[in-house]
Design a protein around this ligand. Structure first.
Ligand code: KG4
Ligand code: ZN
Length: 337
C-alpha cells in the first residue's frame, strides 16, 4: 500500500509518499517562516494563500522523486485538524479532490496523532503501550497510548503550550519567530549559574503544566537586569532549563503512575536538544526507553501524516466524498484501530 500525505494545518506545507513495504519514498516541506517573520507570528490568511500556491507543485515534485504515478497510489491522507481553518481546508480539499479524481480512498488525519506516531518513521519503532509527551506550538499533553487512536490524557497545560512559551519568550527577548530554535541557539552562550527560573506546578502533585508564569519571569528579569547580549543569553538558558526540567519532573510522575517503560516525545519542541538530553538521562536512570522523531520530523511534515494515513487506511478507515476541517478536535474522539 502506497499513501500520499498532505499536511497544511499551520505554517508548513508538507508532502510525502510512504510505502508499507519500502518505507518513506520521498518527502518535502515548504516552510512559511520568512512569510510570517515580519509580523512576528503566523498570519492565517497569508498561510492559506501560501498553501494554495505550494501544495500542488510540491505533490508533483514528491511524486516525481518517489517515481510514483497516480495509478501506484492506494490512498491519500490529509490533516483535517486541529489547526487554522483556512489552512486546513486547502490540504483537505486538494487531498479529497485528488482522491476522487484518481478513484482511491482518502482519510482525514488528526495532526497530533501524526506527531505522536512520527517516531515510528524510523527504526527502532516504539512498541505500544507507551507514554507520549506531545509538545508543539499549540499543545502540551502527556498521554498514555495503548494503541493507534487509544489515547488517555494524563496531563496538559493550563495556559500556554510549551512551543508558545518559547515563541513568546523569544519575542520579548527580540529574537524573532519561531522562538524555539532561536532560544536554543542563544542559550548555548548562557551562563548556567546566573539565574534559576521556577519549575511551575512541580511543588504539588499532578501532571498538568503551566508555562505562562515562566514567560512573565523572563520579562521581569529582563526589566530588572537590562537587555545586554549576555543577560539575554543567560535568560534564554535559564528559561530553556526550567522548561526541560519541568517536563522531566512531569514525565517521571507519568512513568510512576502508569508503570510504563517507554516514553515518546514528539511535536516541534521535541527538536530541543536540551530537552531530549534531560529526558534521556532520566530514562537511563529509571530504565525507561526514550524515543523521538528524527530532527526534521519533530516539526510539521507530510511524512507523519502519510504514515498515520497508512495505518488508518489499512484498518479500513475512509473519508466519504463530503469533507471538512476541524480547527478544534479532541484526540479522544478518534476511533481505536
Ligand atoms: O509541531 P510544530 O511544528 O507545530 C505545531 O503543531 O504547533 O511546533 C512548532 C513549535 C514552535 O512553537 C517552535 O518554537 C517550537 O515548536 N520549536 C522548538 C524548537 N524547534 C521548534 N522549541 C524549542 N526548541 C527547539 N529546538
Ligand atoms: Zn504540529
Amino acid at each position: 500500500m502506497r499513501i500520499l500525505g498532505i499536511e497544511s494545518s499551520c505554517d508548513e506545507t508538507g508532502i510525502a509518499i510512504y510505502d508499507a513495504d519500502k518505507g518513506l519514498l520521498a518527502h518535502k516541506i515548504h516552510s512559511q517562516i520568512e512569510l510570517h517573520a515580519v509580523y512576528g507570528g503566523v498570519v492565517p490568511e497569508l498561510a492559506s494563500r501560501d498553501h494554495i500556491r505550494k501544495t500542488i507543485p510540491l505533490i508533483r515534485q514528491v511524486m516525481l522523486e518517489a517515481d510514483t504515478t497516480p495509478e501506484q497510489l492506494h490512498g491519500i491522507a490529509y490533516t483535517a485538524g486541529p489547526g487554522l481553518m483556512g489552512a486546513l481546508l486547502v490540504g483537505a480539499s486538494i487531498g479529497r479532490s485528488l482522491a476522487y479524481a484518481w478513484n482511491i480512498p482518502a482519510v482525514a488525519i488528526h495532526h497530533l496523532e501524526g506527531h505522536l506516531l512520527a517516531p515510528m518513521l524510523d527504526e527502532p519503532k516504539p512498541a505500544f503501550p507507551f507514554i507520549a509527551l506531545l509538545v508543539s506550538g499549540g499543545h502540551t499533553q502527556l498521554m498514555e497510548v495503548q494503541g493507534v487512536g487509544d489515547y488517555r490524557m494524563l496531563g496538559c497545560t493550563l495556559d500556554d503550550a510549551a512551543g508558545e512559551a518559547f515563541d513568546k519568550t523569544a519575542k520579548l527577548l527580540k529574537l524573532g519567530y519561531p522562538g524555539g530554535p532561536k532560544i536554543a541557539e542563544l542559550a548555548m552562550q548562557g551562563n548556567p549559574d546566573r539565574y534559576k527560573f521556577p519549575r511551575p506546578m512541580t511543588n504539588r502533585p499532578g501532571i498538568d503544566f503551566s508555562f505562562s508564569g515562566l514567560k512573565t519571569f523572563a520579562l521581569n528579569t529582563l526589566h530588572k537586569e537590562g537587555d545586554d547580549p549576555q543577560t539575554k543569553a543567560d535568560i534564554a538558558l535559564a528559561f530553556e532549563v526550567a522548561v526541560a526540567e519541568t517536563m522531566v519532573i512531569k514525565c517521571r510522575r507519568a512513568i510512576e503512575q502508569t508503570k510504563l517503560k517507554r516514553l515518546v516525545i514528539a511535536g516541534g519542541v521535541s527538536a530541543n536538544l536540551r530537552l531530549r538530553q534531560r529526558l534521556e538521562e532520566m530514562g537511563a536512570k529509571l530504565g525507561v526507553e526514550v524515543f523521538y522523531p528524527r530532527q526534521e520530523f519533530c516539526t510539521d511534515n507530510g511524512a507523519m501524516i502519510a504514515y498515520a494515513g497508512l495505518l488508518r487506511l489499512q484498518a479500513g478507515e475512509r473519508q466519504g466524498t463530503a469533507f471538512g476541517a476541524r480547527p478544534r478536535w479532541p484526540l479522544d474522539e478518534l476511533s481505536h484501530l
